[in-house]
Design a binder for this molecule. Structure first.
Ligand code: MG
Length: 269
């Protein structure tokens, strides 16, 4: 099932995106959103009679992280190498504030404090229930679904600050979407799913999730051994090689096979 959050100009609602995806992973032009009664994370999937054409709604970030976005650094060896870093012996965690989240087609605001704003296309995991100390073999039980993230990073501030709160934490630095796919197993991403990032139409990242150093269950076990995860918390699983700068006016698209494409543009803050 594909869970969306959307607006028709009124208050945001949740819905289910019906229909098939085309060969590029985009919804068919006549795709329909069936509205839901409340947030399916808390009340389950309760379909309403109300339907909208996808073309008639604006999609929003499909989840508002309840307490945090937990992100993983250097989880692809080739990306660690391109930054001149070693591969960590255990997952390297950091936090992005939930105020950094924006939705599909929202603008990434280029802060005046940086001169080196980078995209980082990533697979995102949405947590479905409160959990702590989750064993690897039970990690699937706490996953609500998967979506796409762009872990926007002020690379110069990441280097100069020594820790990453400012470099990763500006408003608009966590685009999420376009929907949450709830029907996939973590093994699907271990087997390998293609992740691509396009900048103004050019391919800049092209990798397989099979190249993650620590897989999704291992990350959930590791993170939940440190902090309680709440329903609606989001885990970013790291970016592959090919990170690079964005400029004001650029369009950045992150695509993951089966999860669609997350598109945003960059504007001056
Ligand atoms: Mg990242």
């Amino acid at each position: 099932m594909r869970i969306v959050r959307f607006t028709t100009g009124e208050d945001p609602q949740y819905g289910v995106l019906a229909g098939d995806l085309d060969e590029y992973g985009q919804p068919e032009p006549d795709a329909v959103v069936v509205a839901l009664a409340g947030d399916p994370l808390y009340v389950g999937v309760r379909l309403l009679e109300q339907q909208h054409r996808l073309a008639d709604v604006r999609l929003l970030a499909p989840v508002l992280p309840r307490s945090k976005v937990v992100a993983i650094g250097r989880n692809y060896a080739a990306h660690a190498a391109e930054l001149g870093s070693d591969v960590p012996a255990e997952p390297l965690m950091f936090l992005k504030p939930n105020t950094s989240v924006i939705g599909p087609d929202d603008a990434i605001a280029y802060p005046r404090q940086t001169q080196d704003l980078h995209y980082e296309g990533e697979l995102a995991v949405v947590i479905g229930r409160i959990c702590r100390d989750v064993p690897v073999e039970q990690a699937t039980d706490v996953i609500h679904g998967y979506t796409i993230a762009n872990d926007v990073t002020a690379r110069d501030l990441q280097r100069s600050d020594g820790q990453w709160t400012r470099a990763k934490g500006f408003d608009t630095f966590c685009p999420l979407g376009p929907w949450i796919e709830t029907d996939l197993d973590p093994q699907h991403f271990v087997d390998g799913v293609r992740l691509q990032t396009h900048l103004n139409g050019d391919v800049v990242q092209d990798a397989s999730t099979a190249d993650m150093i620590f897989d999704v269950p291992t990350l959930i076990a590791h993170v939940s051994s440190v902090m309680t995860l709440l329903p609606g918390d989001v885990l970013l699983t790291g970016t592959p090689e090919g990170v690079g700068p964005m400029q004001v006016g650029d369009e950045v698209e992150v695509s993951i096979a089966g999860l669609g494409t997350l598109t945003n543009h960059v504007k001056a803050r």
